[in-house]
Design a binder for this molecule. Structure first.
Ligand SMILES: Nc1ncnc2c1ncn2[C@@H]1O[C@H](COP(=O)(O)OP(=O)(O)OP(=O)(O)O)[C@@H](O)[C@H]1O
Ligand SMILES: [Mg+2]
Length: 226
């Protein structure tokens, strides 16, 4: 079976005031359905850069990103955005929820953008909130939820479009260790129960423990795999 998401020979060079920054150099990485791959590395190692390349949020200087057998790097902006919407869900360190919308409305947003009919939106939002254990909190706004609950809303929003791949950049960094464990257990359940493929960047040993595979980054290069 081919990988749901694959990066081959990925490089990203940023032009900055201080000269060129090689944030990512010759990285090969892949993730298949039912697999949780962790990208680990110190601050500045290139984790966010790599996830942005894999998620089609940024373009590599060298190398190729494959969504299944589709060359994402060869797509124009509109086609790439459509592929991202269909196939990928993103979870962010700072949750990225809209404060004036309820949990359910936040989760519904990607479906509205995709033009999903209202009845189907309602059913899918209810499913996603149930999967993350927040069925009873649908009407609350982010400010009325705990950090862990907010991140679970973030995960519900990421999976409501039924993506094959979840990309999460330090999803537990703002959470205490007990809440972080609950959030990462949820991601593990989605991966191993629902067959999602997940790539998670983290420093968190709890997340690393639950990984099927770990890719170690240092100065933008892969320095270890386990
Ligand atoms: N837009 C940019 N322009 C120039 N340099 C950048 C840019 N974004 C990141 N960098 C540099 O690229 C390198 C990798 O950054 P990146 O954000 O990918 O690291 P990270 O592993 O995610 O770090 P952290 O754990 O702190 O989030 C760093 O040296 C950073 O300064
Ligand atoms: Mg980062």
């Amino acid at each position: 079976m081919s990988a749901a998401l694959r990066g081959v020979g990925l490089g990203r060079v940023y032009a900055s005031g201080a000269g060129e920054v090689h944030a990512c150099t010759d990285v090969d990485i892949e993730v298949s359905e039912g697999e949780l791959v962790v990208v680990r590395g110190a601050s500045g190692a290139g984790k966010t850069t790599l996830l942005n390349l894999l998620g089609g949020l940024d373009r590599p200087t060298t190398g190729t990103v494959w969504f299944d057998d589709i060359d994402a790097t060869a797509q124009g902006e509109d086609a790439l955005a459509a592929l991202r919407r269909e196939r990928l869900g993103f979870v962010f360190q700072s949750f990225g929820l809209i404060p004036i919308l309820s949990a359910a409305e936040n989760v519904e947003l990607p479906l509205r953008i995709a033009g999903t009919p209202a009845a189907e939106r309602d059913a899918r939002v209810a499913d996603a909130l149930r999967l993350v254990g927040l069925a009873d909190h649908a009407a609350q706004r982010p400010g009325e939820l705990s950090g862990g609950q907010q991140q679970r809303v973030g995960i519900a929003r990421a999976i409501v479009g039924r993506p094959r791949v979840l990309i999460a950049d330090e999803p537990t960094a703002q959470l205490d260790s007990r809440t972080a464990a609950a959030v990462i257990d949820l991601v593990g359940d989605l991966v191993h129960g629902e067959g999602l493929a997940a790539v998670v960047a983290t420093h968190d040993p709890l997340v690393v423990q639950r990984a099927d595979r770990v890719v170690e980054l240092h100065d933008g290069r892969v320095t270890g795999r386990s």
